[in-house]
Unconditional design. Structure first.
Length: 90
């Protein structure tokens, strides 16, 4: 059985295709707005790299979507920028 983290990582390519970390805009602590190609917007709540929740249809059923994966990438990018500590990524 895949962990949530593994499921999210399996969606990273889709997130990259859709803009990657830049597709996720920080709105509040742990809260990101992800804009899809069609201009549709979703809210992703990040509880940590092991748990995040998107309000799109897939996300509501607990399925990792590329929106959550984009928020995952953005979270890592922001952490890297603020701490410059790559060891925290793993
Ligand atoms: Zn989603």
């Amino acid at each position: 059985m895949m962990t949530y983290r593994e499921k999210i990582e399996s969606r990273l390519h889709a997130a990259q295709v859709n803009g990657g970390a830049a597709a996720a805009t920080p709105r509040d602590a742990g809260l990101y707005t992800v804009t899809g190609r069609a201009g549709d917007r979703y809210s992703v709540r990040v509880f940590g790299l092991e748990e995040m929740r998107c309000d799109c249809k897939a996300g509501q059923y607990g399925n990792p979507c590329w929106h959550a994966a984009a928020a995952f990438l953005r979270t890592i990018a922001d952490r890297t920028n603020s701490t410059n500590e790559r060891a925290t990524l793993r």
